[in-house]
Design a protein around this ligand. Structure first.
Ligand SMILES: Nc1ncnc2c1ncn2[C@@H]1O[C@H](COP(=O)(O)OP(=O)(O)OP(=O)(O)O)[C@@H](O)[C@H]1O
Length: 429
C-alpha cells in the first residue's frame, strides 16, 4: 500500500515536471528593406531546392537578428511571462512557437496541442460569419466536427456575442472578435496556450472572466506563455518570466526578479530622457491666449527639483505659468494614467473639487500641489493637465507629461498606503 502511494506520488511529480515545450537556440533574422527581403527569400528557396542552402550565422545587407539564440523550456501547468520593450522579438518568438514562421536556426519541440491567441481574431476570415469561423478556427486547432459540435454552445456562451454569431466577423468590434478568438482557443482545451496582449482588450468584466477561465485551465494542466506590457498581468498570472531585449534573453527566472530587472532598465531609460520634459520651453506659446503654462516639475519637501519620485514621500507637483492679463476664477485639473497600463485613470484631481480657485493679475506664477504621501505605486505615468477660467473655459493645457515613480517591494500593489506598525500586548497568559 505504502509502495503504491509512493509510486503514485513519483508519477504525479514526473507529470508536473513534464516539459511540454522546448525552445533550443532559436534565431531568426529579418530584413529591413522589403525589396531586398523578397530577393533573399527567392535566393533561399532556390538554394534550398537544389540542396545547397547552408544555415548561415552571417547577416546579409539590411538584415538583423530579431531573435538570437533563445532557449527555454515550459513545463506542464506552468505560466511563463514574456516581457521586453517594443521590437524586442516577443511576437516573433510566439509566431515561431506556433509554427507560423520558421526559425533560421535552432528548433522548437512541442508535446500536445498548441493554441495561439496571437493577434485579435487571429485566423478569422472576415467575410465568414462568427459561426463559420468557429468551425474553421477550431478545426485548424485540431478538433473534429463532432468535437466542435459538442463545444459550440459553450464557445457561444463564453464569447457573449449573441445573435451576431450569424453576422460576418468583419462587422464585429475588436472586443467581440477578441472574445470569440479567446473562446475558440480555450475550448480546444490546448496543452499550451500562447497569449499575445489579447487580454488587454475587452471590458473589465470580460477580462475577469478570462482570468478565471485561465486559472481553471491551469489547474487542469494547460501551460501558458503570456506576452504583456502590463507587468501587473504578468505578475498575477505567471510564476516565471523571460526578459527579451533586441532579440536576446536578458534574464529568465522567477517573475518578480525578471519584472524587477525589466522595470529598472525601463525606469533608467525613461529618467535619462526625462530631463528636458521638466521644462516646457519648447511648448508652443499662443500669443492669443491670456495664460501660458511654462513649466511642470516635481519638488521634494525641501523645495529641491526632483526627477526621481518615490512612493510614500512628500512631493510637490508644481505648475508654472505666465498670465498676460487679469483673470478671475482660475482652476487647474489634471489626470494621471499609467503609461503602459490599461487606460484606467489612476488619479484625477481638480482644484474646483477641493474648493480652490484663484483670481490673478498679470505676472508669473507657480501653483504648488502638496502630496504629503505620494500614493502612486512605482511605474511610468503620463499626466494631462489644463488650466481653465470658470472651470470650462480652457486657457492652456499640457497633453502629455511623462514621469516615473520608484519604490521597493510594491510591484503587485495598486497604490501606496502610508503606514506605521505597532504590536500591542493585550493580556498576560
Ligand atoms: N516580417 C517582418 N519583416 C521584417 N521585420 C520584422 C518582421 N516582423 C517583425 N519584424 C521586426 O522584428 C523586430 C521584432 O519584432 P516583434 O514584433 O517580434 O517585437 P515585439 O517585442 O513583439 O514588439 P511589440 O512589443 O511592439 O509588439 C522588430 O524590429 C520588428 O520591426
Amino acid at each position: 500500500m505504502t509502495i503504491s502511494i509512493a509510486s503514485q506520488e513519483i508519477s504525479e511529480q514526473q507529470l508536473d515536471n513534464e516539459v511540454v515545450l522546448s525552445v533550443e537556440g532559436v534565431s531568426k533574422k529579418f530584413c529591413r528593406d522589403l525589396k531586398r527581403s523578397l530577393l533573399y527569400g527567392v535566393q533561399d528557396i532556390a538554394t534550398e531546392l537544389v540542396g545547397i542552402r547552408q544555415k548561415s550565422e552571417k547577416l546579409r545587407r539590411d538584415e538583423f537578428w530579431a531573435l538570437k539564440d533563445v532557449s527555454f523550456q515550459l513545463r506542464r501547468g506552468e505560466a511563463l511571462g514574456l516581457v521586453g520593450p517594443n521590437g524586442s522579438g516577443k511576437s516573433t518568438l510566439l509566431r515561431i512557437i506556433s509554427g507560423l514562421i520558421k526559425p533560421d536556426s535552432g528548433f522548437v519541440e512541442i508535446k500536445g496541442r498548441i493554441a495561439p491567441l496571437i493577434a485579435l481574431g487571429a485566423g478569422f476570415n472576415p467575410i465568414l460569419t462568427g459561426r463559420e469561423n468557429i468551425y474553421a478556427n477550431m478545426s485548424i486547432l485540431g478538433l473534429s466536427k463532432k468535437e466542435i459540435d459538442e463545444r459550440f454552445e459553450a464557445v457561444l456562451d463564453f464569447a457573449e456575442i449573441g445573435a451576431a454569431i450569424d453576422a460576418p466577423v468583419q462587422t464585429y468590434s475588436s472586443g467581440m472578435a477578441a472574445r470569440l478568438g479567446f473562446a475558440c482557443a480555450i475550448y480546444t482545451e490546448p496543452d499550451i496556450l500562447l497569449i499575445d496582449e489579447v487580454l488587454a482588450v475587452g471590458d473589465i468584466k470580460f477580462r475577469a472572466k478570462c482570468y478565471r477561465r485561465l486559472a481553471k485551465l491551469r489547474e487542469q494542466g494547460t501551460s501558458f506563455i503570456l506576452v504583456s506590457h502590463n507587468s501587473h498581468s504578468i505578475l498575477s498570472i505567471c510564476e516565471s518570466a523571460i526578459y527579451l531585449l533586441k532579440g536576446k534573453v536578458v534574464t529568465v527566472g522567477n517573475t518578480d526578479s525578471v519584472v524587477d530587472k525589466y522595470e529598472k532598465d525601463l525606469f533608467s531609460n525613461e529618467i535619462k530622457n526625462q530631463a528636458k520634459l521638466l521644462s516646457l520651453t519648447d511648448k508652443y506659446e499662443s500669443k492669443q491666449s491670456d495664460l501660458n503654462i511654462t513649466a511642470l516639475c516635481f519638488k521634494d519637501e525641501q523645495g529641491n527639483l526632483t526627477r526621481s519620485l518615490l512612493s510614500g514621500e512628500t512631493t510637490y507637483f508644481c505648475v508654472e505659468f505666465k498670465a498676460y492679463k487679469e483673470i478671475e476664477n482660475v482652476t487647474l485639473s489634471f489626470l494621471i494614467q499609467e503609461t503602459f497600463g490599461e487606460s484606467e485613470h489612476v488619479l484625477c484631481i481638480n482644484t474646483q473639487q477641493d474648493g480652490e480657485s484663484w483670481d490673478i493679475l498679470p505676472g508669473y506664477y507657480e501653483i504648488q500641489l502638496k502630496m504629503p504621501y505620494l500614493g502612486l505605486k512605482p511605474s511610468f505615468y503620463t499626466l494631462k493637465l489644463s488650466i481653465s477660467k470658470n472651470l470650462y473655459y480652457m486657457l492652456d493645457a499640457v497633453e502629455s507629461f511623462k514621469f516615473t515613480v520608484e519604490g521597493k517591494g510594491m510591484s503587485q500593489c495598486l497604490f501606496y498606503q502610508p503606514r506605521t506598525w505597532k504590536l500591542v500586548r493585550s493580556h498576560n497568559i
